[in-house]
Design a protein around this ligand. Sequence first.
Ligand code: AMP
Ligand code: GLY
Length: 419
Amino acid sequence: MKLLVVGSGGREHAIAKKLLESVDVEKVFVAPGNSGMVADGIDLVNIGISEHSSLIAFAQEEGIDWTFVGPDDALAAGLVDDFEAAGLQAFGPRKNAAELEWSKDFAKSIMTKYGVPTARYETFSDFEAAKAYIEAQGAPIVVKADGLALGKGVVVAETVEEATAAAHDMLLDNKFGDSGARVVIEEFLSGEEFSLFAFVNGENFYLMPTAQDHKRAFTGDKGPNTGGMGAYAPVPHLSAGVVDQSVETIIKPVLKGMIAEGRPYLGVLYAGLIVTAEGPKVIEFNARFGDPETQVILPRLTSNFAENITDLLAGKIPAFTWLETGVTLGVVVASEGYPLEYEKGVRLPAKTSGDIETYYAGAIFNADQELVSNGGRVYMLVTTQETVSQAQKVIYQQLDRQDTAGMFYRTDIGNKANQ
Ligand code: AMP
Ligand code: GLY
């Protein structure tokens, strides 16, 4: 089989690497990918994710069996629909199903209609009305841009003033462009957060191990929200009851609802959940794999990944199997300054071997063919060990030995599991 993965981050590195492990896979191409993937035998294709017709032409010329679409913006732009229209198979939701991610208002209306537990909310496009609602509700309160905003369109406001300023930024100052032309304002929920991922075809779904991301930039959950600075899977302190309850009250009704709406879901569904005193509730749905969660989930897959996805695409029952023991943990190394301004071109340490995997995101070969930084999140070290604290020890000892000048990482990934 020859496969294509669309995207360029650590998530796509992990997807492509796992696909290459399948015995029947001859080649995995990633478009556009990044230079850090090359050492794993992945082939890069210099086509951007928004160049739909070039991606289609490449898939046709190469005889690609199917394409795995990684990023949210490609799904929101209808890449899967365009592949299908060209007679090609692509794994990911169509644009109308991916709306669960690209419009928070749509996601909220589906949850309301099908009784899925989530924070109480209202949607506004008029600033004065938003302001009045915030004043009536009081703080803490959460203000969210309706559309995609690279994980940065959410403000958890401690005060009415902060919430009003966020609504002002989005609705009047166009801080997020069209994505913030509408805002969802919702009740603040408190509790433990976790991510629940499933491979989905229609009503059939196959759960992955639970995972926990670390969204804030700095150690101790300080600093601005980022795409994610580290993760581990499974989350050992979540009870099986919480996962079962999430399946019954969230995953099953939303998939049924999507079918009833004429938008059957195919692809990876990612539910961002919070365990409240009243049970698990949805913070957000994403229509794709998470980054960095993928880099700690997929190493735990013990079945033939390419065959599993082939089966899902064919409407057959895939035989997913997972490592049952231990924990997989990873720490992201990012450019100093991320998620704001940062330098590029910093030389990267040599790729790890043995029981530590390196997944690259913002990495590129310079003119001397040396791997240098080229993005906010640069690389991630991942290991599987018996316990969270053993995995932390292995990763942090390795990071101590690496030259990470010009870059930074959190020193507390996984700590919540040890408390
Ligand atoms: P999101 O981009 O929707 O995942 O939101 C980013 C972060 O904001 C989440 O990981 C939560 O920590 C926080 N958040 C979002 N919605 C809520 C809410 N309703 N209550 C409390 N925290 C929230
Ligand atoms: N890890 C957060 C995300 O992928 O959106």
